[in-house]
Design a protein around this ligand. Sequence first.
Ligand code: MG
Length: 224
Amino acid sequence: MTEPAPTTVPVGESLKARNDRQARANRDAFRARGLVVLNLLSSPGSGKTALLERTLSEYGRRRRVGVVVGDLQTDNDARRLAGRGGPVVPVTTGTVCHLKADMVARAVAGLDLAALDVLVIENVGNLVCPASFDLGEDTRVVLLSTTEGEDKPLKYPRAFKTAHAVVLTKTDLAGPAGFDRAAALANVRAVNPDATVLELSARTGEGLGEWYAYLDGLVARRAG
Ligand code: MG
């Protein structure tokens, strides 16, 4: 069994083909260990890190959770997530607006993947470039906060179309933000009728039980 190490590059291979090949290698290595791997996508400030703070502290008591955190600059998010019981690996992408499969391979090279049940990859915050790059995850999750426009799914269809789950975050702010929940859900459904939809607030804890149950379902399916 081999680690998902960076693979060698045939001359002339396109960036996309290279990424897809590395993503397949990552996926094979993750599956060989029975690891559930999530790729979290959202606009900046939609609450990816806030959700992961509580997931590590709370769900991390039930399952072994590790995190890879991508950002253009700073390891601020990784520092927010550190000390909560699971390994956290920061990846700064510099000018690259998304994580790539080889970045993830390097990030997890120092982790004992067999000692984890769930690996969550927090992608760079935007809904454009991350949508086009497979990292080897088996579950893609897109966050949409109540403080964003309800039409985000229509404006960024690729991210929402490729998602297995859409998580409406900051439900505690829906009222003050004048969030039109029905319109948002209709827009999600218009782009992706099959996605699991969850609603939660990482601040109040509302809906987190359903999020953890969703993760449990992924773990059970992988184990079965
Ligand atoms: Mg973040």
